[in-house]
Design a protein around this ligand. Structure first.
Ligand code: ZN
Length: 261
């Protein structure tokens, strides 16, 4: 288990707190300045947690390392499943293109569909941790509840797949400062993305595709959803309309797909 080291931003935040406390002890009349510093610091911490690709709260994989980028590798990450309707068809589309992906599964859903977990692994894809329940309020949890959400999924997914996940992705990418030490304790790395499709809300395949393909290059981590997928106007899960074209564009650009390393 790696020893947790707070990011420079968290260290600076701790200094602001210590400074405010020291200032109040030295002269209680300085309370407006101390309070102002604390409010500003908490606002900055909150904003950092609301930016999924921010590195301020700790390490965060938003792009593959240089070597993988040079080799032209791209990660397709697929969140919020497994889903009994969508995941099997996603697997068919990936297989047809000879592509491999990383599935950030919700512990509860994986436990409800163990056969899909086996199918994902048998096709050569990997499964990573996307929390046990995928609560919308995940980023407001305290350290105990947040740790349980992640550790329970780690157990669930580890047992179902026979391999403990190495990466964690926060629900909607939203975090708070409690997350980084928990991940360090569980030997997990935070992974977000280079570009996301907003495909839980956007049902227009062309818009979803252009969000993913604009600037497409080696080292990109792309985010799509097999669970909670938005529907096209004629009711099809949007990922199924987008994935074959996306895989063709990746191939035509001379790039290849890989699960998260
Ligand atoms: Zn999600």
């Amino acid at each position: 288990m790696a020893r947790w080291r707070p990011s420079p931003f968290l260290q600076a935040s701790a200094l602001v707190h210590a400074g405010a406390a020291a200032g109040l002890l030295a002269n209680p009349a300085w309370w407006p300045a101390a309070l102002g510093a604390l409010v500003a610091n908490h606002a900055a911490l909150t904003v950092a947690g609301l930016l999924p690709r921010s590195h301020l709260l700790g390490p965060n994989l938003t792009h593959l390392p240089t070597e993988a980028a040079r080799r032209g590798e791209v990660v397709i990450s697929i969140d919020d499943g497994p889903d009994p309707e969508v995941t099997p068809r996603v697997l068919e589309q990936l297989a047809a293109a000879g592509a491999r992906a990383t599935f950030f599964c919700i512990g509860r859903r994986a436990a409800a569909h163990p056969g899909l977990v086996r199918d994902i692994l048998a096709a050569g894809h990997t499964i990573e941790n996307h929390s046990e329940h995928h609560w919308k309020r995940f980023s407001t949890l305290g350290p105990g509840a947040m740790a349980r959400e992640i550790a329970t999924a780690q157990e669930t997914l580890g047992q179902l797949s026979g391999r403990r996940p190495r990466y964690f992705r926060a629900p909607a990418g939203l975090r708070n400062p409690f997350l980084d030490p928990i991940l360090s304790r569980l030997d997990l790395h935070l992974a977000s993305w280079t570009r996301r499709a907003y495909d839980t809300r956007a049902g227009d395949p062309q818009r979803v595709l252009s969000r993913l393909c604009t600037g497409l290059g080696g080292g990109d981590i792309l985010l799509l959803h097999d669970g909670n997928a938005a529907r096209t106007p004629d009711g099809r899960p949007v990922i199924l309309e987008v994935l074959p074209t996306l895989l063709a564009r990746i191939r035509d650009a001379g790039l290849s797909t890989t699960p998260l390393p």
